[in-house]
Design a protein around this ligand. Sequence first.
Ligand SMILES: Nc1ncnc2c1ncn2[C@@H]1O[C@H](COP(=O)(O)OP(=O)(O)O)[C@@H](O)[C@H]1O
Ligand SMILES: CC(=O)OP(=O)(O)O
Ligand SMILES: [Mg+2]
Length: 385
Amino acid sequence: MLIVFNAGSSTLKFELFEHEGGLPGPKVAHGALDAHDGLITGEAWLGKEVAIKWNTEALVNRHDKMLTLLLDWVKELGFTLTAAGHRVVHGGPIFHETVKVTPEVIDALKAFIPLAPLHQPHNLSAIEALLRLYPELPQFASFDTAFHANEPELAQWFALPRKFYEQGVRRYGFHGLSYAFIAHKLKQLAPKLYHGKTVIMHLGNGASACAVENGRSIASSMGFTALDGLMMGTRSGQVDPGVLLYCQQHLNMDHAAIETLLYKQSGLLGVSGISSDMRTLRASDAPEAKFAIDLFVYRLVREIGALISVLGGVDGLIFTGGIGEHAAFVRDEVINKLAWLGFELDASKNEANETIITSANSKLPAYVIPTDEARQIAYELGPML
Ligand SMILES: Nc1ncnc2c1ncn2[C@@H]1O[C@H](COP(=O)(O)OP(=O)(O)O)[C@@H](O)[C@H]1O
Ligand SMILES: CC(=O)OP(=O)(O)O
Ligand SMILES: [Mg+2]
């Protein structure tokens, strides 16, 4: 069995895959644990059934405690783990593919904590906790940045003095495990489109869009950190850097206050003042909720236009992530705003979250493809064992 982790600030999501060498087999279990207010709660599913629920105290070492609960359960089921894979958000300029975790790799990844403060420290803390508890279990790290590592140089540069680029201050792009998974699916579903020019939109709590040609990333909306580009649940996306200078100089905001503003208080939550969740905003009658959705769509359409321009055309669009897979109203507005390109929605297919949501007359197709970052990690590490 392979176990794949996606560790966040307070959550530990996991998935278990059958594995007998080579590509992984079916997913046998999945679940999540959550640490808050000194408590750990969570549940795990075996297939479609909830198989266990956790509810226990944990004052310190949350990842140790969550991993112990989870791996004790895995052992009780009689499963033997052969390896663990981790989603690690930032691989910096160094890691371009899945790697086996060693002490040197951990040190290198720690250097990227400032580049992904909301993700990287938690990804690493799960790796280190597992190393303490199960030092013999081989661990692997798979990166959100890797899919973008071979983007054209122009797509990777900021217009800053050269030394910044040389020091690693460049656009990396994220959500690469999701994009790699979608590209793989698209190759099976629509091989011609896979070889063509597409814009893939990963719209979840974090959101980004990526120009992909022939299965490779050409440009993406996220940059040096997972803050750039689209409006997100609580992150601002692109803002004029002059705003940050203004916050420092005239609003007396220090680094911590600006970080909190950009990562936690902005996006759908900040603009609506109500929620970071598209479902809640959709259900609300408040004009601020509608405005936040309108701004999300506006910024997305603008970014799609930019990505299509650098691709030099487009053969299709793909929606994924929690919003991309489920928010039919968002897809409806995006596709209608792109009617000038030849997209025409099939409203009932869209409402039903079908795979192809454009009409038979549409000149170009739009797809909804559910993403699976954990399976992508399992695909990447399975053959390495
Ligand atoms: N049925 C739905 N309708 C509209 N939006 C949804 C729906 N389900 C999930 N979402 C949105 O998707 C977000 C979660 O996206 P997801 O990709 O699952 O998250 P994460 O980035 O944590 O992996 C939620 O915050 C919400 O905005
Ligand atoms: C990179 C990133 O934004 O990830 P997530 O969407 O999981 O927050
Ligand atoms: Mg996500």
